[in-house]
Design a protein around this ligand. Structure first.
Ligand SMILES: [Zn+2]
Length: 466
């Protein structure tokens, strides 16, 4: 008897999946076609997505060890925050309403020099991870000091994260002698925790104005050797670009090109002041850009030419930057601001349409941080990172177009359930992994030191002016 007849008589048992979500009002896949599936379903096994389709299709293919019906919910890929300094949640609201150079040199650098310790990085990063997960951000790309502590925080919270150890040619909280940069970077990479494929190491050079060309080059070489992401800030303000033009006699992207720092493994945060020639160079070399619209607005840094970048083929994701310059970590809010600000700047309501903006917050964001083959869309084979939005609310009623809602109407506070790698980390708005009240209490305790230090700093300034 042919094998096919045997199968017909004894149909293969339906495969089990760890988790099957069904009857989702709208499943927003963010796949290549940006498909939205009504009455959608998704099956997850071993932390990966094994089925995506309608409820009818998925229930005919899989039996769930756990099955959950989500009528009245929209499910979309976990959002990707492509640029932040998670521990800076400890400095939330410190030094508002100042330009970048004064904010950095008068407030942030002195506070970091005297206060940032491993303990602060752990608790600040844990609080930030909690805030991000509850706002639907399942992956963040970080750059700071004592980055081992940020890695522990992301692991404890259940986030996915790219963790960039900060390198600059000045004394820093975890490296009083800047000449030891290479040892610090190598030690960080060697000790990076394995056993979780949710964490990825990276190296983060602060900028062209705080790192010498030789520093940038050895860091990039180390990144290439280890096949990890190289991150840096670039062309955030006009003043910075003017200063660098004076030093290097060329625009910053040309300096990076000359130093052979540009390729698909390089992520540049901001790129507000890049001209058309620089944009073309970024596209030609494949470097990714993180667009931090709220931080750029708050510090009045300017407006990055995102439409031009898109037209040139530059990959662009969205980022919050550290919440000291934002002052929260919410990519829904970034999507809304980015979509609207660029329309105003271009005087064109068709600029940055909602689907393009959602791509930046999901699949394009995943691409620029080097995780494009793992996250950013709900497709078979991708890791199971997704969030469920409660649609039964006045500001989300009625619903004609789910992608329009995500960009223009949904708030981070509308996120009810979150899964990372198939694990439920937020349920009904409550953290399932760590004690968020403890994280808040620890950061309040640390903030008392920040406050004291701030008072000391102010009195020192006053005595100097007297
Ligand atoms: Zn930054």
């Amino acid at each position: 008897m042919p094998a096919s007849s045997v199968r017909d008589q004894h149909p293969r048992p339906m495969p089990f999946a760890d988790l099957v979500l069904t009857h989702i009002s709208w499943l927003v896949t963010c796949d290549g076609q940006m498909r939205c599936i009504p009455s959608g379903a998704v099956a997850v096994d071993g932390g990966a997505i094994v089925g995506v389709g309608t409820t009818e299709q998925i229930l005919s293919l899989f039996r769930g060890r756990e099955t959950l019906a989500l009528p009245g919910f929209m499910v979309l890929p976990g959002l990707v925050n492509t640029h932040t300094h998670a521990a800076m949640s400890c400095f939330r609201g410190l030094g508002d309403d100042l330009p970048l150079d004064r904010w950095l040199h008068e407030i942030i650098f002195p506070a970091e020099a005297s206060l940032v310790r491993e303990e602060m990085v752990y608790w600040g990063s844990l609080l930030a991870s909690v805030e991000m997960l509850k706002n639907g951000i399942t992956t963040f790309c970080d750059g700071y000091f004592f980055e081992e502590a940020a890695a522990r925080a992301a692991l404890d919270a259940g986030s996915r994260a790219v963790l960039g150890q900060g390198i600059l040619d000045f004394p820093s909280p975890d490296r009083p002698d800047p000449r030891t940069g290479r040892q610090r970077a190598e030690a960080f990479l060697k000790a990076f925790p394995d056993g979780s494929d949710r964490l990825y190491p990276s190296l983060f050079c602060h900028s062209l104005y705080t790192c010498a060309p030789e520093t940038l080059q050895w860091v990039k070489a180390l990144c290439r050797e280890n096949d990890i992401l190289f991150q840096m800030h670039l062309s955030e303000t006009a003043g910075e670009v003017g200063q660098l033009l004076g030093t290097y006699r060329e625009r910053p992207v040309f300096t990076l090109e000359r130093l052979a720092l540009l390729d698909e493994g390089t992520l540049l945060a901001h790129c507000v002041w890049v001209n058309p020639e620089e944009t073309a160079l970024l596209a030609a070399n494949g470097a990714g850009v993180s667009h931090n619209v709220e931080s750029n607005m708050k510090l009045a840094s300017g407006v990055a030419p995102i439409s031009r970048m898109h037209e040139s083929g530059v990959r662009v994701g969205l980022g919050t930057d550290g919440c000291a310059s934002n002052n929260d970590l919410d990519i829904f809010s970034e999507m809304d601001k980015a979509a609207k600000l660029h329309k105003v700047m271009e005087k064109d309501p068709q600029t940055c349409p909602a689907p393009r903006i959602l791509q930046m917050a999901t699949r394009d964001g995943a691409s620029v941080i080097g995780l494009g083959n793992r996250i950013g869309s709900l497709e078979v084979g991708m890791r199971a990172d997704f969030v469920a939005i409660d649609l039964d609310q006045p500001h989300l009623t009625p619903l004609y177009d789910p992608i329009s809602h995500i960009v223009y109407a949904v708030k981070g506070s509308d996120v009810r359930h979150v899964w990372v790698d198939g694990r439920n980390v937020v349920w009904n708005g409550e953290m399932q992994t760590v004690d968020e009240k403890r994280a808040m209490a620890e950061v309040r305790r640390l903030a008392a030191h920040v406050r004291t230090q701030g008072d000391l700093h102010m009195s020192r300034m006053k005595s100097l002016s007297l």
